[in-house]
Design a protein around this ligand. Sequence first.
Ligand code: TRP
Length: 489
Amino acid sequence: MERENWATRAGFVLAAIGSAIGLGNIWRFGYLVYKNGGGAFLIPYFVALFVAGISLMILEFAIGHRFRGSAPASMRKLGGRGFEWIGWWAVTGGLIITMYYTVVIGWAIVYFTKSLTLAWGEDTGGYFFGTVLQLSDNPWDFGGFATEVLIATIIVWALNWLVDFRGIRKGIEKANLLLMPLLWLLAVILVIRAVTLPGAMEGIEWYLKPDFSKLGDYNIWLAAFGQIFFTLSLGMGIMIAYASYLPEKSDIANNAFIVSLANCAFSFLVGFAVFGTLGYMAYATQSDISDVVAQSVGLAFVVFPKALNMLPALKVFTAAVFFLALVVAGLSSSISLVEAVSSALMDKFGMERRKAVNIVVLVGFLGSIVYTTKAGLYWLDVVDHFINYYGLVLVGLLEVIAAAWLFDLTVLKNHINSVSEIKVGMWWDLAVKFATPLILAVLLILDIRGNLTENYGGYPTEVLLTGLSIIVLGMIVAAILSWRDKNVS
Ligand code: TRP
């Protein structure tokens, strides 16, 4: 079977950008900057971007392009049978993330529909946790479904199915050609709306005012590396799969720069919308930014609705634009992961695309169900906490060890330089061989130490262990999949 490929370079680049830009860019980046030294945070952020971000993006593109396969197939060709497992763990870990990520996109769909009437009212916290999520008292009290969330989650999976089912050119490429310009347009609208509000400039000052004294704190550096890794969709086999569909003569290094920089530019841009709006809110309520700022879910579904209520004009329009932006950003990321898993199944079992996508969407949806129950948010929080380290960070570490230490990195480097517009030099070897594995190992060790000394989020131990066992289960599935031997190409 001939491998599908992208019709245009722009199609590939936009799809990779679509994967990278996600919910994290909208609600997490700005908060990280604000909390970790304002403009000064951009220093560790850019160091992380160049050392561990772009260099790994180049590596993942190179692996996919050189071995023309999904993550498991490529890892196998790179290092032999024993390495296929790394690729399976990458995509399985990614699928575990997608199981709850799609539910969050579902919340955004619910809020998009509510924005027409600003249905959340004054008590936005009560509305989110009580009316929409119907959050129960404890993680074991599942209490049935939050019906709207369940329906919206079904819609999200259906959309993923629709796009990936049609394949690279007709599905993923076309979708991103539409979604990416739309997303940037929505972001620009949000920025313009925000910066024209009174108080916006103070908000932006909070966002960017540099506090260089914080740079001495290593936690800030770790936060920067963690965020870069997540935001660029590394360590899930996504970029490997996308690059495997590139025609033979395709640039690698320059594309990796374009994708990574576009992603970070988007984060930076949206920061103005978020903090401009928060600045207005602080101004309107005569409060301090620290009283209104929040991170992740709290920012998007509690604080922002409140700010939207207060806007002097264009409330409904701005609300619809904001939640649509979340939906679009999220969808283009989940689509990429569904493809990464599907292509792994296609490569391994010689499965037809349609069958592979059906299986992935069905399994993914079944996994999502727990997060649509009334205890969903607890489990989302717990699984999210573990998977980022024992999925992405661990996979990234194994990937660089395999490619740079157990395989001859110069083979990949020569491959990159034979096709790329930009040639990678010594800096790349140093980044991939030494800096990245070192930093990822430190991240992992500190996280393990943290988990051993303190219960994350104050959850009871058995809840944390249950969350952890989902991840162990995923690893076992990955091992079984790599063990089976059928249709090796
Ligand atoms: N890059 C995404 C973000 O910043 C996160 C992400 C990476 C992701 N890979 C994914 C989400 C796969 C869903 C599926 O939000």
